[in-house]
Ligand binder design. Structure first.
Ligand code: PMP
Length: 430
């Protein structure tokens, strides 16, 4: 094994740090939780990334989720080129919005109507505003360990194991902005029940990642999700399923179908943009009809429904529908899981997987809540990350992030990944 050549990445990082905070446009890209510095990427093709120094990596980050088909799928590229030739943006309706909306609705009947935006953050921010407008109530309940983007109301800290209100998790977010956001732990029906008993009539919505994938992969008990649905129904609060990661990732119907969980509102991002900036929120017609200009909940966007992004999303969903992507990804995932299970166990860790999403955590029991994650394992993850990178595997640079398999990967890629993981685990310092 040879040291990666990093000369060009180092030089670009030095220049980037003069211009961009920590040299990046999104914090976790900065490699602060692992060893070394960010690599600058020159291109992505199929299952592989190539950095500016010519190093090639099997890409298990997949741009944090959108790239379920891998890089540069021919059908997606062709759709993008065709749309771009016709015009990059119109600021007026185009047929491509209807095409993508029809595809999303066919997979998610709960999204009878939707609106496209340009990021997951915007989708969630708008859904929360809509839930408050529709119900005429103020409180939004979120779960610690679930991430819903960086709109002010959702940058809220929790973590005591009880319901907490109103402590922001970022400077610059006023106490007022988070005063009406409650944070409760995952996997604990009692705390949620108590909160509903006390404040149920003030609760506009509960928002949850039905398959929480932003603090590792915190697979929930179906009974817990059922209680979340039942309580929201009982108190006439809305249930917002945040499927920005899980949507079109764990199946065409996302986690909503996987857990048979009906949503009042659902938020999307990542895969529905096929690698371009897209988000969407959708839901029952009577709720969505409150969105401006039909209704009184304001929401807008200069580049919303951008034709090139719509085309990339529609082409991606078309491939997902036509090819046997999910069962193939499940097979690849199972092959990986079976290949690494013993080595992970021996290293004192757990390998958690749902379809093509996986997480390796250094604790013997897979956690189901943020509070149950053993942070003391994270330095070992940093060592593992460095060992994988040296051996040609690119994983998201934080132990709290999940990995993604994609449709461009072959069985042979999975076997390489398996061997590299085993070798890297064995090479970890005691
Ligand atoms: N919700 C979830 C579940 C997410 O995973 C993310 C991003 N990782 C967001 C919302 C925010 O999306 P974006 O980064 O596109 O703003």
């Amino acid at each position: 094994m040879s040291e990666l050549s990093r000369e060009r990445s180092r030089e670009l990082y030095r220049r980037a740090c003069e211009l961009l905070p920590a040299g990046v446009d999104s914090p976790v890209r900065a490699f602060r939780s692992v060893h070394g510095e960010p690599l600058f990427i020159a291109k992505g093709r199929g299952a592989y990334l190539e950095d500016v120094d010519g190093n090639r990596f099997l890409d298990c980050c997949g741009s944090w989720g959108p790239l379920i088909l891998g890089h540069g799928h021919p059908a997606v590229l062709e759709a993008v080129h065709r749309a771009a030739d016709a015009g990059l943006t119109f600021g007026a309706p185009s047929p491509l919005e209807i095409d993508l909306a029809e595809r999303v609705k066919a997979a998610y009947p709960d999204a009878a109507m939707m609106r496209f935006v340009s990021s997951g953050t915007e989708a969630v921010m708008s859904a929360v505003r809509l839930a408050r407008g529709f119900t005429g109530r103020d409180i939004v309940v979120k779960f610690s360990g679930c991430y819903h983007g960086h709109s002010d109301a959702l940058l809220v800290a929790g973590g005591s194991g009880l319901a907490t209100f109103g402590t922001s998790s970022s400077a610059g977010v006023t106490a007022g902005a988070v005063a009406d956001t409650a944070v409760v732990p995952l996997d604990d029906e009692n705390v949620l029940q108590d909160l509903f008993q006390e404040r149920g009539c003030e609760i506009a919505a509960v928002i949850i990642e039905p398959l929480p994938a932003n603090a590792g992969l915190l697979r929930q008990r179906p009974e817990f999700l059922r209680v979340v649905r039942e309580l929201t129904e009982e108190y006439d609060a809305l249930l917002i399923l945040d499927e920005v990661i899980s949507g079109f990732r764990v199946g065409m119907g996302g986690a909503a179908a996987l857990y048979e969980l009906p949503a009042d509102l659902v938020t999307f991002g990542k895969i529905i943009g096929g690698g371009l900036p897209v988000g969407a929120f959708g839901g029952r017609r009577e709720i969505m009809e409150r969105v401006a200009p039909l209704g009184d909940v304001y929401q807008a966007g200069t580049l919303a429904g951008n034709p090139v992004a719509m085309a990339a999303g529609a082409a991606t969903l078309q491939v997902l529908m036509e090819e046997d992507v999910y069962s193939r990804l499940e097979k690849l995932g199972r092959r990986l899981e079976e290949g690494v299970a013993a080595a992970v166990r021996e290293a004192g860790g757990s390998f958690v997987r749902v379809g093509s999403i996986f997480w390796l955590v250094f604790q013997p029991q897979a956690p189901r809540s943020f509070e149950a994650i053993d942070a003391s394992g994270m330095p070992r993850f940093a060592d593992l990350h460095a060992a994988l990178l040296e051996r040609g595997v690119y994983l998201a640079p934080s132990g709290y992030e999940v990995g993604f398999l994609n449709h461009a990967m072959t069985e042979s890629d999975i076997d390489t990944l398996t061997n590299v993981l085993r070798e890297s685990l064995a090479a970890l310092p005691g």
